[in-house]
Design a protein. Structure first.
Length: 157
């Protein structure tokens, strides 16, 4: 949108930032499907290969109704003991790709697979927002060098 000035006495409308999403066509039969926490863990592990022992990163998988992966989105990268994640940006991406389900994932460089209080709090916040938007939070997976922990498997969702 260009700045428009119709009358010198009227306020000028300024250009505004606009979020865009680039779609790459993919055959629906080739999309990975999340049917269990192991599917999410296996699919997400390579995303953390370069940071696993160094710093935390946070990813979101956006899913369709059949739990096929529509998009993988890096929602945050942080320090050794945490990362900042903006829930609004998670849902901005989810809405742009018409997601109906989400899988959250982050790594713990310490190797401790247990969910922290902050992990649980963020998960509950995302779950509440997802329910409000008629979406499902399928899982939150914590990736470590030796494995993963699933919130769904642990009864934390």
């Amino acid at each position: 949108m260009k700045a428009v000035k119709q009358n010198p006495l009227e306020p000028v409308l300024f250009e505004v930032a606009e979020v865009g999403l680039h779609y790459v066509r993919q055959c629906p039969l080739k999309r990975p499907r999340i049917e269990a926490s192991s599917d999410a863990g296996d699919l997400l592990r390579p995303f953390f290969a370069t940071c696993q022992d160094h710093h935390e990163e946070f990813y979101v998988l956006c899913l369709n109704q059949r739990n096929d992966v529509l998009a993988a989105y890096r929602a945050g990268a942080g320090g050794i003991t945490g990362t900042v994640v903006d829930v609004r940006l998670i849902f901005q991406t989810a809405l742009l790709c018409n997601a109906t389900g989400l899988v959250l994932a982050h790594n713990h460089p310490s190797g401790n697979p247990q969910a922290s209080h902050a992990d649980i709090k963020l998960t509950q916040k995302v779950k509440g927002c997802a329910e409000f938007m008629d979406m499902r939070l399928i899982d939150h997976v914590i990736i470590t060098a030796s494995g993963y922990t699933s919130f769904a498997d642990e009864g934390l969702l």
